[in-house]
Ligand binder design. Structure first.
Ligand code: ARG
Length: 453
């Protein structure tokens, strides 16, 4: 008979067991379920709601069940529907009536809310460490490339010269925002829902603060209806994960472009690329493509969660069981992407010569030519027009501004003198941009050192 079977005269149809049960995917929360139940049982004993001996036996047996699960000695069954009732059933099978006292003052509704919080909090900790590791690899790469000049782009058209360090540190900013979003998320979600009961709290004198402390929550939920029906923390985490995937995906797109023959800015390590079954010359950036592609499924998880929640009346509805596969998928996907992406990044070889050649073409110093004129007194709009004419001239002659003779320079404006060559060299262009946030070597180095601390 089901744990809840008292009022039923028939057992559920086999198809209903299949349809209704979540053990297939929520079994992964066994550790959190046991931890939560142990804290609950301890509190029940402390409050005299159950006897001290019963409380201790429950806590001890749950510990044994945990060991058995980890040793692969426990089979879960769909008859017991979900991880909560599976573990409770096993407990009862081991200690009989004592085990039946565990669920006093608790509902599966506040239990699942608790387990999900505990589980995602643990996963977020791992994600946070993965982000730390990626961030530190990015710092290493940037530190080694403070002088590596490359073209910066807007509209995927060459714009101004930057350094590879500068470019990489842009991703550092994105991933550190992801990290801080994860911290904010934890701050908001780290509250104990247990004690909300099914939706209306309970008449037992539970000590919620004690349980919160046991489970390392910083507070307790203040409304039992919301306590069981809130899945904001699931959606919010899915958003944080989606944002990480947006960043990985944009980065991937660049890696894919950079490793193309047309760019040739980077070469991926053999260990992080794949070949073609037919074209012998191919070396494909599959890791980056998969990371880009997998962003779609994480966004789908977020969209699925929001859609699942949007029409639900208060409080708990079974629809909410659907949160798990989606958030688990999102977590798993990001956890899979981050380390392999980091491995790909830190093993790729930079083709600095190709980057420099790229920066030399495409008039990336045109702004600096205009700025040169401005510094000598010409209004910026006039300078812009002069340089525009120079670019058109160079395009016609298939040359670049730096290659013009001083006479040619002077034919566009007599302000030009022979200090122009120095003023518009790529090194000058980069290193004059000392402004905080700019690519100049010293500025960049300062930021990298600061971040390392
Ligand atoms: N497996 C369920 C879930 O994930 C647990 C809560 C079930 N509560 C209930 N009253 N049916 O949401």
């Amino acid at each position: 008979m089901k744990l809840w079977g008292g009022r039923f005269s028939k057992s559920t149809d086999k198809s209903v067991d299949d349809f209704n049960s979540s053990i297939r995917f929520d079994s992964r929360m066994y550790k959190q379920d046991i931890r939560g139940s142990q804290a609950h049982a301890k509190m029940l004993g402390k409050q005299g709601i159950i006897s001290k001996e019963d409380s201790e036996l429950i806590v001890k047996t749950l510990g044994e069940i945990l060991v058995d699960i980890e040793d692969g000695k426990v089979d879960f069954t769909i008859d017991a529907e979900d991880i909560h009732m599976n573990i409770e059933t096993i407990l009862i099978s081991r200690i009989g009536d004592v085990g039946k006292r565990l669920h006093t003052g608790r509902s599966r509704n506040d239990q699942v809310a608790l387990d999900t919080r505990l589980y995602l909090r643990d996963e977020a900790e791992e994600l946070s460490q993965m982000l730390d590791s990626l961030l530190s690899s990015l710092l290493d790469i940037a530190d080694k490339n403070l002088d590596t000049i490359m073209p910066g782009y807007t509209h995927l058209q060459k714009a101004q010269p930057i350094t590879f360090a500068h470019h990489i540190m842009a991703y550092y900013e994105m991933f550190s925002r992801d990290k801080s979003r994860l911290c904010d998320w934890k701050e908001r979600m780290n509250i104990l829902p247990l004690g909300s009961g099914a939706l209306a709290g309970t008449t037992y004198p539970l000590d919620r603060d004690f349980v919160a402390k046991e489970l390392e929550f910083s507070d307790i939920t203040k409304n039992s209806i919301d306590g069981v029906s809130d899945r904001d923390f699931v959606c919010e985490l899915a958003f944080v994960l989606s944002m990480i995937m947006v960043h990985l995906s944009r980065f991937s797109e660049e890696i894919i472009l950079w490793s193309s023959n047309e760019f040739s800015f980077v070469e991926l390590d053999d260990a992080y690329s794949t070949g073609s079954s037919i074209m012998p010359q191919k070396k494909n950036p599959d890791i980056a493509e998969l990371a880009r592609g997998k962003s779609g499924r994480v966004f789908g998880d977020l969209m699925g969660l929001l859609t699942m929640m949007k029409g639900l009346p208060l409080a708990y509805n079974k629809d909410m069981q659907e949160d798990k596969e989606q958030i688990f998928d999102a977590v798993d996907t990001v956890k899979m992407c981050l380390p392999v992406f980091e491995g790909m990044l830190s093993t790729m070889t930079l083709r600095k010569d190709k980057m420099l050649r790229g920066a030399k073409g495409g008039f990336t110093n045109a702004t600096d030519v205009a700025d040169y004129l401005v510094k000598k007194g010409l209004p910026f709009r006039d300078a812009h027009a002069v340089v525009g004419k120079m670019v058109a001239y160079c395009l016609d002659k298939d040359t670049v501004i730096d290659a013009l003779t001083l006479d040619e320079f002077k034919s566009f404006s007599d302000i030009f003198t022979d200090d122009v060559y120095d003023a518009i060299s790529l090194e000058t262009c980069v290193n004059m941009r000392k402004i905080v946030g700019g690519p100049a070597k010293d500025t960049m180095k300062k930021i990298i050192d600061e971040y390392r601390k």
